[in-house]
Design a protein. Structure first.
Length: 134
């Protein structure tokens, strides 16, 4: 059992039931998406699935801005405004594979560097930014 994942989902469930907005952003194949608590929330009819290829938001190999990393993510949210964040790979580039997995005490052998693209898109979805340039 993943204690941290389950605890995070309990918080998300409580916020959702209280009428708050929740965002869960994980890799597309995240084990979290198979947890019974998550499945119950997802199947409640209030949640939206948003597909994101991180290269569309500028994810590149650390130290090499020309080496795009696709990194398929899924955002699950009960916030209608965030449905527009979905972006697929725009093409026109090749993808570099970030190797390895992050485990306690370790990390990927190659890592990506994210620009401000996705955080800025989140904030703009909320109207929190006007003319922010990062």
């Amino acid at each position: 059992e993943n204690v941290l994942g389950e605890a995070a989902l309990r918080i998300c469930e409580a916020v959702d039931h209280a009428g708050g907005e929740v965002v869960i952003c994980q890799p597309a194949k995240s084990l979290l998406y198979g947890f019974p608590r998550f499945v119950r929330m997802r199947d409640s009819g209030r949640w939206h699935k948003v597909h994101v290829d991180m290269c569309a938001y500028g994810l590149t190999l650390l130290g090499d801005p020309s080496a795009a990393i696709k990194k398929e993510m899924v955002i699950w949210t009960n916030c209608e405004r965030l449905k527009g964040l979905g972006k697929r790979c725009p093409g026109g580039h090749t993808h570099t594979h970030a190797q390895g997995r992050v485990h306690s005490g370790g990390g990927s052998r190659t890592r990506g560097e994210l620009t401000t693209g996705l955080p800025q898109a989140f904030l703009e979805s909320y109207g929190a930014l006007s003319g922010w340039e990062g």
